[in-house]
Design a binder for this molecule. Structure first.
Ligand SMILES: [Zn+2]
Length: 253
């Protein structure tokens, strides 16, 4: 509950600040210093440069595939070792533009892009967003939350829940162990770092759950969320992120 209160509180407080600043300064593009006609938009020149993730992708983890071989097509990693989630989807390829959007949200607390991010994520999640009983953010440990004062995954989940018309469950997935920062860790180190660190509430029993995070990097966080949800008896676990790393060299955050 600490998490939901803090996430909601920060949301309202920053919302008021942002509305005030909108009255004083003209809105800026989400991707540049360009002045735009309303908050939360991107000028046409840069809009065309955003890379949206679409078919062909792995039916499970959403990784881009070279060719489309069928709706049940899996990437090599999922073929060898199926993740605990049913599907994971992302709106954007994690490149320099997506990185700016994510860091402005995560480190700068910039919220004017949330409605458009929510629409992109709803489109990426597709069926999972329609069928979900609950939308839940990937959790942040309370000590980290105390330092940062907000969880960007909770903001994204709340915005997506509004767009999709679904209930959201902040605080129902909790991080019971503070993990080291993921930055600079390899895929297997990330897996060990988050393993067993997340707990899911019994409210998810028999439910279809859509977990939201900002970036799918190696999938370790979403895998830990999915395992916790399976243990709590969730019927289906899906995940959606704003962006997805598709090249290992982009694992920098
Ligand atoms: Zn896959």
């Amino acid at each position: 509950m600490v998490q939901s209160y803090r996430a909601g509180g920060a949301f309202r407080k920053r919302g008021a600040v942002s509305r005030l600043s909108d009255l004083i300064w003209p809105p800026r593009s989400l991707l540049s210093e360009e002045i735009v006609d309303r908050p939360g938009v991107i000028e046409p020149a840069l809009w065309g440069e955003l890379k949206f993730l679409g078919a062909p992708i792995c039916a499970c983890c959403g990784f881009p595939l070279p060719d489309y071989a069928g709706a049940a097509d899996l990437c090599a990693a999922c073929g060898a070792d199926k993740p605990a989630y049913d599907t994971a989807r992302a709106a954007l390829v994690y490149d320099d533009h997506a990185r700016r959007l994510v860091l402005d949200l995560k480190r700068g607390g910039r919220r004017d892009g949330l409605p458009v991010f929510a629409r992109w994520m709803a489109a990426a999640a597709g069926e999972a967003a329609i069928r979900a009983d609950f939308i839940a953010p990937a959790p942040m440990h309370w000590t980290r939350l105390a330092v940062r004062s907000f969880n960007q995954a909770a903001w994204l989940a709340q915005a997506l829940a509004r767009t999709a018309g679904k209930p959201w469950k902040p605080g129902a997935l909790t991080r019971i162990k503070r993990r080291k920062s993921q930055a600079g860790l390899s895929a297997s180190e990330r897996q060990r770092n988050v393993g067993g660190a997340i707990k899911a509430s019994a409210a998810f029993k028999g439910k279809v759950v859509l977990v939201v995070d900002d970036v799918f990097t190696t999938g370790a966080t979403l895998e830990a969320c999915a395992r916790a949800l399976r243990k709590a008896g969730a019927a289906e676990v899906h995940a959606v992120t704003l962006a997805r790393v598709v090249r290992p060299t982009d694992i920098l955050i």
